[in-house]
Design a protein. Structure first.
Length: 223
């Protein structure tokens, strides 16, 4: 018996109002986690290039552990495992933000390391010869140039983190995928709903890519 299937555009568009509440959750988790992850990444990235071995090794351990394990495992550990250690529950939103923060922080650490080390050694030496302290040389000469070079990989990490939020439906976070699952349970229109979910993720990441490209091209950061 031949089975035919026709994509139901009407069902796809009907799902939009039910999916929209998931967008704020997706944005809060991804950008909240990225903001925290940036500071974590800067901290461990600078430790990573320290001349002192006892400062480098904690950074190396952190980076390798959280880059080498899936973010899904990390969020499950935070949501289900940490409460057993802490003696109290962790809500899904906090777990999602924490997972994005520690995971993106590990990748951002390497971005920071690469960005700082890409600046020619002569610039630091020239800054010191002009009377700047090491801290001033880093703050006013090295870091602005390094940060400008970090913008493309930081943007890529932002896009990856936004997409990673789709995994957090397993802990009940009401992001786009979770909203889609709830709607599919009553309408049985999985193809149409997940198609719209994919389009919404694409719209978010594409918008972020455009903004980052404008920042990079117009030189709004790092001058």
């Amino acid at each position: 018996m031949e089975v035919t299937f026709q994509f139901d555009w009407a069902a796809a568009f009907r799902s939009i109002p039910h999916l929209l509440p998931g967008i704020p959750w997706t944005l809060v988790i991804s950008f909240g986690g990225l903001a925290i992850g940036f500071f974590i990444g800067v901290f461990f990235g600078l430790l990573r290039i320290s001349r002192l071995r006892w400062m480098r090794w904690p950074a190396i351990l952190y980076i390798e552990v959280f880059r080498g394990t899936p973010i899904l495992v990390q969020v499950l550990f935070i949501f289900y495992g940490l409460p057993q250690l802490l003696g109290g529950p962790i809500n899904a939103l906090t777990a999602g933000i924490a997972a994005i923060a520690i995971n993106s922080g590990a990748y951002i650490s390497e971005v920071v390391r690469g960005g700082v080390q890409s600046i020619e050694r002569g610039q630091r030496e020239a800054s010191l010869s002009l009377g700047l302290s090491r801290t001033q040389a880093f703050r006013y000469v090295i870091w602005p140039q390094a940060f400008r070079r970090m913008i493309p990989p930081l943007g890529n990490q932002g896009i990856i983190s936004i997409k990673d939020t789709s995994l957090f439906s397993v802990i009940g976070v009401g992001e786009l995928v979770r909203q889609g699952q709830i709607y599919i349970a009553t309408t049985f229109t999985a193809l149409e709903v997940y198609f719209m979910v994919a389009l919404m993720y694409l719209a978010i990441t594409w918008s972020l890519s455009i903004v980052l490209r404008l920042i990079e091209n117009k030189g709004l950061v790092g001058q």
